[in-house]
Write a protein of this length. Sequence first.
Length: 264
Amino acid sequence: MRPITPILVKLQLGLLPITLMNDMTKSALDKAEHRDIALGGKGVRPRDAATLILLDRSGGSIKILMGRRHSRHAFMPGKFVFPGGRTDRADAAIAVADDLHPLELAKLTSGRVTARRARSIALSALRETYEEAGLLIGRKGAFSVKSEDWRGFADHGVQPSLGSLRLVARAITPPGCVRRFDTRFFAADREDVTIILPDGGPTDELEEIVWLPLDEAKRADIPTITKMVLESLEERLSSDPDLAPGGPVPFYRLVGQRFVRDIL
């Protein structure tokens, strides 16, 4: 049996510093993630996805909204994650009360991403947060929609709003997984939530939805990439507590056989 290297042990325990991530090979990444993501072996094109990191700043320390994924899921079963999921085609047609900040839109439209696609990605973060956690972000006002996935916003008189969202990370699932996503991680404050549904959202994607102190969230049973994102967010908050628009965005992905972290 091959000996386990100290770097691999630290990675599996979630202790590997961000600064060492650029030295990781695809093999080491696969070993670190083998409990997080089911491997499939087929070439799967990553799909747009978004997730929302809600920050509760009301106490002495920042708390993060997280929920546990059901064990039956093929993608990250049993892990604590942020609310989120893939972007749907209907998201592109949703009207908003407040658009993305221009600097945030510029971050999202790098490469071949159009403004329409960028808005749909951001909107999917709001929709998934409603569906999984029962939290509606927007402004009170009349809102009509054809998509059933957005019916909850119309029923509760909330116009979706993107103005408060801040892009804080991007990550692409490595090749070989049964599910691959090009995920954008957004952050917003708890005070941006207009309505909290007492019975949660209409889906059962997440269970055990809780607000965890940031330090505790990093020690929870979370995927490796989630820990990386939380560490990056903590680093940014230390110098930019208000998360000013257009701030640095770490981008995690494989380039060739190496895992890299670039800044957008």
